[in-house]
Design a protein around this ligand. Structure first.
Ligand code: SF4
Length: 157
């Protein structure tokens, strides 16, 4: 019998303005879903292929990932004020943080994430319900499967 996840009754969280701690990570890797690529390309007025050529690189096993800045290894979209330059269209994995499956394995893994993310259990935090958390977990897992070149045709959803 499958056990109910510890987070199924909800977890308190509110992302903190001007924090950016989860993005300001040298060596961070952001895998992209096919939808992420199309959305970000559209935002920049590029074709999907031109966006990939400009802003993406490949991981060791060929999955497309966002480029990082050469000087410090941080995401190319994070500005000097630690704000995301594509926030409304940010990749699924970014939008899903901190609800990544590896973070939610148990309360111990969650407490490690909590030590780095001031939004978890913040005083004004909202209760995020279990179905919302599950939606984020699945979005992160989908993006983590990755997209490889050549790009498949984009299918609207
Ligand atoms: S570390 Fe937490 S509070 Fe800070 S920007 Fe990331 S999700 Fe928001």
């Amino acid at each position: 019998m499958r056990r109910t996840p510890w987070w199924s009754s909800g977890v308190r969280f509110s992302c903190q303005p001007d924090c950016g701690a989860c993005c300001d990570q040298p060596g961070g890797v952001v895998f992209l879903s096919r939808h992420d690529i199309h959305r970000l390309a559209k935002r920049h007025g590029l074709s999907d292929d031109d966006f990939v050529a400009r802003d993406c690189t490949t991981s060791q096993n060929g999955r497309l990932v966002l480029k990082s800045r050469e000087e410090d290894g941080v995401c190319i979209y994070l500005d000097g004020g630690k704000r995301c330059g594509v926030y409304a269209d940010r990749p699924q994995q970014c939008a899903a943080f901190p609800w990544w499956s590896e973070n939610l394995v148990n309360r111990r893994t969650w407490s490690k994430v909590k030590a780095t993310c001031p939004g978890i259990d913040a005083s004004e935090a909202f209760l995020i319900d279990g179905s919302t958390i599950l939606r984020h977990v699945n979005a992160d897992l989908e993006a983590g499967q990755g997209v490889r070149l050549p790009l498949s045709p984009y299918v609207e959803r």
